[in-house]
Design a protein around this ligand. Sequence first.
Ligand code: HEM
Length: 416
Amino acid sequence: MALDPVRSPLVSGMVHVTDSAEIEEILKSSSFIQVASRVGHSQLIPGALSTLDGLEHSQRRRIESKLFRPDRIEYYRQAALLPSMAAAMDELRSLKDASGVVRTDLVPLTWRMAQAIPAVLAGIDGAGDAAGAATLTTYVKDIAAAVTIGWQVGDHEEILRRGLEARAALRRDFFDSSVARRRNLLAEVRAGRRAAGDVPRDLISLLLQNLRPDEDAGTILAETMMFLMASITTTAGAFPHFIVRLLDWMADHPEYRPELVNQDFIQRAVNESLRFFVASPARLREAREDCLLASTGRRVTAGAKFALWFVPANMEAATFGPDALEFNPLREDGRNRPWGLAFGAGPHSCIGRTVITGFPRRTADGGSAHVYGTMTTLALHLFEAGLEIDPDSPPRLTSSTFYDEYVSLPVTLTAL
Ligand code: HEM
């Protein structure tokens, strides 16, 4: 059983909001800012995009949105995700038992796959092979726990200490050399010895070229860590939930099993599953001035803190139909935003959404096709390999955090 996040001390005394229109109004309103007092944010990722507000936030976001252009997302998929997936499948093949079945745990496997795109997007060299990926994900896990310390259960000082240690290790083992390589390439371009196209188009390069005088390598490190955790932990958390929901649903709808290898169907199912999964138990905001919320008529006083609960907001029958509480990949209601508020709304809404949901694109012959997201690609490969939840080893949810996460999801692959 996952812990109930409403009981977290982090949100005690806050105003709790579950109405989707009110949440959206708060997220989009300039009268509200990110809650800045979170120890983890100020110690680990000061100055990162998610901690900024107003003009500073929109300027940084404009620069970084270049990383999410459709051609870049297709590039990350081809250059990072598909090769990592192929390498992982090869390794799994070597684990076949005498009856040709592979037994593995989907949680560590997902963590490994979930870092493929973010590492390339951020500009972290050296995480491409299995060992590098494993080291990077260990650091990202510890950093993420420290950044989100308010949602963690246990000894907070120890969690923070481990997070700071992981930050130093990430800097030593990956970050400093990645920055140095890009600085050298940029210097060579400036000296006319190289073409601009030789510099990787990633977060670190982008920031090196766009830093303001008051920003330094510390800002780049904070931003890189925030991007890694915002993308890896969310994908790694969401994917096992998606698999469990979809295979549960398939047990009652066996006639749809052939659809498990149909990417359109999988993407719809991913989108539907994200209504039930939230990247953070609640999003937190603080009113910076007195205001009136038009959606509900609530009067807000400056300084009031709000916990915005996306899961109940994503279950509203008015948007998702009378069976909104159930997972239904065939759902037609709510098709304009099938994931509900899963990616937030307003200025801080998820900048990486299309990495997960994919996007439609024009084909050369004037038709249209869909570029599929990370979770769809992972699921397709695994379903083609005969993925099933292992009936002999029950899954386990975490009890060390208020996040709704699996720590273990044993699975079998019968067709590798
Ligand atoms: C299942 C996957 C994901 C979910 C559910 C998710 C959800 C969210 C949500 C709800 C926010 C808004 C936070 C707020 O308003 O306080 C957010 C922000 C963010 N997400 Fe995602 N995300 C996912 C994947 C990704 C990926 C793949 C990337 C990058 C490759 C990414 C990068 C970010 C960043 C950088 C922000 C901060 C944006 C800002 O503050 O302007 N996320 N995400």
